[in-house]
Write a protein that binds this ligand. Structure first.
Ligand SMILES: [Zn+2]
Ligand SMILES: [Zn+2]
Length: 199
């Protein structure tokens, strides 16, 4: 460490936690920091403020970029969720989710010219969850309503029974669809990790 150490008999404390004894200093700004405050980086221990400042130089996303990332992730995940729910064959959904999740992440990243923001990953992942469930709900809704149409088609036109659409069943089926949940989980993970710094 390049900073000079205090004399041996002098006890020093963390600048954030005045009760914690420490002699460790940030190797950038030199502030005293305890083990909780120190962040291990490839260039040595640094304080949280310096790490944040360093990261901020790489977070170049604008407010608009967040909107674009969210919109793309929702839209593509609606399609993905619809298909995942339609396929219903879990192994196939898992295999397909990997390239599809990577594709969604890549499209979103390119749409914002690879500008990342501190929260781009979280925004994108949340949008995937929302879009995925919308797609799943849409697929289950269309499956149920077409089944109802077929069932009622056997009745003469003037005697068609009025069966309400079972929305609770549609919601329940969607949220317990393992294939859909796997697709959403994988795609959200890919988007989140793709938007991290250095990814
Ligand atoms: Zn520092
Ligand atoms: Zn501390």
């Amino acid at each position: 460490m390049s900073q000079q150490s205090p004399p041996l008999d002098e006890v020093t404390y963390c600048e954030v936690h005045p009760t914690k004894e420490t002699s460790l200093r940030c190797n950038k700004c030199g502030r005293l920091m305890c083990a909780d405050c120190a962040v291990s980086t490839p260039v040595g221990y640094r304080c949280k403020q310096c790490v944040r400042q360093h990261e901020d130089r790489f977070f170049t996303a604008t407010q608009n970029d967040y909107v674009i990332v969210a919109a793309i992730c929702v839209a593509l995940s609606v399609v993905g969720g619809f298909l995942a729910s339609l396929v219903g064959f879990i192994i196939l959904v898992v295999i397909a989710s990997i390239p599809v999740g990577g594709f969604i992440a890549e499209v979103a990243l390119r749409a914002v010219q690879r500008r990342r923001g501190r929260y781009s990953g979280q925004v994108g992942a949340a949008a995937v969850v929302v879009g995925g469930f919308i797609g799943g709900l849409a697929q289950n809704y269309s499956a149920v309503s077409s089944a109802l149409r077929q069932a009622t088609a056997q009745f003469p036109a003037d005697q068609v029974p009025d069966i309400p659409i079972p929305f609770d069943l549609i919601v329940q089926t969607t949220f317990s669809d393992i294939g859909l949940l796997i697709f959403i989980g994988l795609a959200a993970y890919f988007v989140y990790s793709r938007f991290r710094l250095g990814a």
